[in-house]
Structure formats: structure tokens, C-alpha cells
Design a protein around this ligand. Structure first.
Ligand code: OSB
Ligand code: MG
Length: 367
């Protein structure tokens, strides 16, 4: 296929409920959508960079700048036999994985549509439904947290993840266990702690958590290895795993027992497949993270999460937890058993409502 055109859409959608992590509270989600065109077909991607550089160093504005100035010229007018060739073609650009992923994933969608096959099949997926969990942000009170958990369990979600930060950690977990018993539960610190907090984090050991996600700094692997030796809860890395190579080092160093895959963080579907395969070879389970994506990014995630080593429920939930309405129709929904069907149509297999995209677009660029 030959890539003829790339379009960028800077979009903003209000969140149904604010989302608070250890780095702050957001009320809306700003993101860049990418539309590619080639061989008479289109493909869509979503870059997961946020308006601010708090989760990662990338922002919607750096994504725009890097795609417009550096990625688009490496792609437009180029012919690819298979979308796996896109990632190596972008190698000259160091970092900026979220910018790369937005374009790369759009090209995977384009290719799958041209083949008339669901993206999951092209990626090597092996299941037709994925297990769904929820990520619940820090709330104003423990009562509010309990209410949210109760609601999500009633909706059927297979696992609960709560965000933690200093002052909202051991007591929160203790209260959840006291009220809900031994539900599948994990915590995400978004790098809010240091090795000096080892004793505090060890106090989570008795609560039988599935994992603790990214307790220490985003660029840190070695301290996680030290921490993992001190605590029983399995450490899962999110922010730290920018590349397949860092994952290899982290596994070697025993810095984690589980890895969270977000294609935006590692540069797209090809890097995600390589990371998935590396983990499978080392018997490290993976699960699919989320970045408060619209239905377009979420659809990509569902297809990727259909690969076999995604062994734990992902942060891939129904559209209505985030956006009402979503940019796709019908929205993504979960079944009573807490699973989501992998779309069966060509490409990402969801219906993008163009009028809604246009309505929430703050800026548009055609390249
Ligand atoms: O650390 O997993 C994270 C959202 C934005 C940035 C980082 C993270 C998250 C989530 C939400 O936890 C996951 C989701 O439901 O999309
Ligand atoms: Mg995380």
C-alpha cells in the first residue's frame, strides 16, 4: 500500500467523571487523531499523549510537531508491503513513541481494511473476546471510592484497579478488602514513591494484590529490582517500559513480574507485538493498559489485547465510563461476564461518527 495523505485532528472531549492520579486531576481529555489514506482506503489512529507532560514527556503539541515535521515525510508517498515495516522506517526519530504510534497504528488499520480482515487477525490475535477491568482514580473520599467500586463490580468488570499516592494507599486498600473481600484487585502508583517507602509498600503485602503498578520513578528500572526483592506484591511496570530493550533489561534484572503494554508508550502495534512476544518467552504475563482513549484508540487496544499472552484483564472498559457520546457508534460495551467482543469487521471494525469528530476538533491539518 502507498500512503498518500495524513490528516491530524486535535480533539477535546469532556470526561464523564474526573480522573485523578498521583500527578493530578483531569476533567477532559485532549488528544490527536490521525487519519491516513492510501490505495482508496482510510485508516485511523489515536495518539495517547495528553495535554500535559505528566504521564510521559510527550504532549499533544509535541505529537503534532513531530508528526508534521518528521514522521509524515518518512511515510507520505512511501509504499509498505506490510505495516510491520512502518516501525523500522521511523527509527531515525528517537523517542516520541506516542507520535509514532498514532501514525503506525492508523497504517495497521488501513492495511487490515484493505485486506478485508479484522485488525486482530492481522496482529496475530487468538481470542474473540477480551477480559475487561476498570481503573478507578483517586476520589474525594473513601465513601466515594466504595460507591464507584460497587458500581463497577455490579456492571461485571473482572478486576478493579485503584490509583494510589502517599496518603491514599494502605488505608484505601484495607477498606476495599474489608468491604469487598478478595475481589481481583491491583493498585497503580504512577511513580509516586521512592525506595525510602519500601516499608510502607511492604504493608500492602498481606492484601493479596494482583500487582502494584509503577511504584517508583518513570525512568527507573534498578530501584524496582531492589523493591521487588523487598515486597511480595508482584511489581508491574508501566511508565518505565518505553522500549522492548528496556523490557529485556527489566526482566533480566527481576525488576518486575508483570508488564503493562500500551502501544502508545512503546511506539505502536509492531513494538507491542515484540514486547508481548519477549514477555511470553520469559513467562512474564502482560495486560493491556489504557490512556482514557476515545473509541478509536480503545478499538485498537481491544484488537491488540486479543493476543495470547494478555493473561490479565486490561484497562479497556466501556465507552460510557469515559465519554458520552463517544466518537464511535455503537459505543464499546461490556457483557455481563465482564468481557468485550473483539470487533469482527475490517480494520478496527468500529463505526467512526465523522460529525462528532469534526464537532470536537479544535485544529485540523492535512499533509
Ligand atoms: O497509568 O495506567 C495509567 C490513564 C491515563 C494515564 C495513565 C494511566 C491511566 C489509567 C486509566 O490508569 C486507564 C483507562 O481506563 O484508560
Ligand atoms: Mg499505569
Amino acid at each position: 500500500m502507498t500512503i498518500e495523505k495524513i490528516e491530524l485532528f486535535l480533539c477535546r472531549l469532556p470526561l464523564v467523571h474526573f480522573f485523578e492520579t498521583s500527578f493530578g486531576r483531569s476533567y477532559d481529555r485532549t488528544f490527536v487523531l490521525i487519519r491516513v489514506q492510501g490505495d482508496g482506503q482510510e485508516g485511523w489512529g489515536e495518539s495517547v499523549a495528553e495535554a500535559n507532560p505528566y504521564y510521559s514527556s510527550e504532549t499533544t503539541e509535541t505529537v503534532w510537531h513531530i508528526i508534521e515535521g518528521f514522521i509524515a515525510p518518512l511515510v507520505i508517498g512511501k509504499t509498505f508491503d506490510h505495516p510491520r515495516e512502518v516501525d523500522p522506517a521511523l527509527r531515525r526519530v528517537r523517542g516520541h513513541n506516542m507520535a509514532k504510534a498514532g501514525v503506525e497504528m492508523a497504517i495497521w488499520d488501513l492495511y487490515a481494511r484493505l485486506q478485508g480482515q479484522p485488525l486482530s487477525q492481522i496482529l496475530g490475535g487468538t481470542r474473540d473476546r477480551i477480559a475487561s477491568g476498570v481503573s478507578i482514580g483517586i476520589q474525594d473520599s473513601f465513601d466515594q471510592l466504595m460507591e464507584k467500586i460497587e458500581k463497577e463490580l455490579a456492571a461485571g468488570y473482572q478486576r478493579i484497579k485503584i490509583k494510589i499516592k502517599p496518603g491514599w494507599d494502605v488505608e484505601a486498600v484495607e477498606r476495599v478488602r474489608a468491604k469487598f473481600g478478595n475481589i481481583p484487585l491491583q493498585v497503580d502508583a504512577n511513580a509516586a514513591y521512592s525506595l525510602d517507602d519500601s516499608d510502607l509498600l511492604a504493608r500492602l503485602d498481606p492484601f493479596n494484590l494482583l500487582l502494584i503498578e509503577q511504584p517508583l520513578d518513570y525512568d527507573d528500572v534498578m530501584d524496582h529490582a531492589v523493591l521487588q526483592a523487598r515486597i511480595k506484591t508482584p511489581v508491574c511496570l508501566d511508565e518505565s517500559i518505553h522500549t522492548v530493550r528496556i523490557a529485556r533489561d527489566a526482566i533480566e534484572a527481576r525488576a518486575c513480574k508483570i508488564i503493562n503494554i500500551k502501544p502508545g508508550r512503546v511506539g505502536g502495534h509492531q513494538a507491542s507485538i515484540e514486547l508481548h512476544d519477549l514477555c511470553a518467552a520469559h513467562d512474564i504475563p502482560v495486560w493491556h493498559g489504557g490512556m482514557l482513549e476515545s473509541g478509536i484508540g480503545r478499538a485498537h487496544n481491544i484488537h491488540l489485547a486479543s493476543l495470547p499472552n494478555f493473561r490479565l484483564p486490561g484497562d479497556i472498559a466501556a465507552s460510557k465510563r469515559y465519554f458520552q457520546p463517544d466518537l464511535i457508534d455503537p459505543p464499546i460495551d461490556i457483557a455481563a461476564d465482564g468481557t468485550i467482543e473483539v470487533p469482527r469487521g475490517p480494520g478496527i471494525g468500529v463505526n467512526i461518527v465523522r460529525e462528532r469528530v469534526d464537532k470536537v476538533t479544535l485544529r485540523h491539518l492535512s499533509l
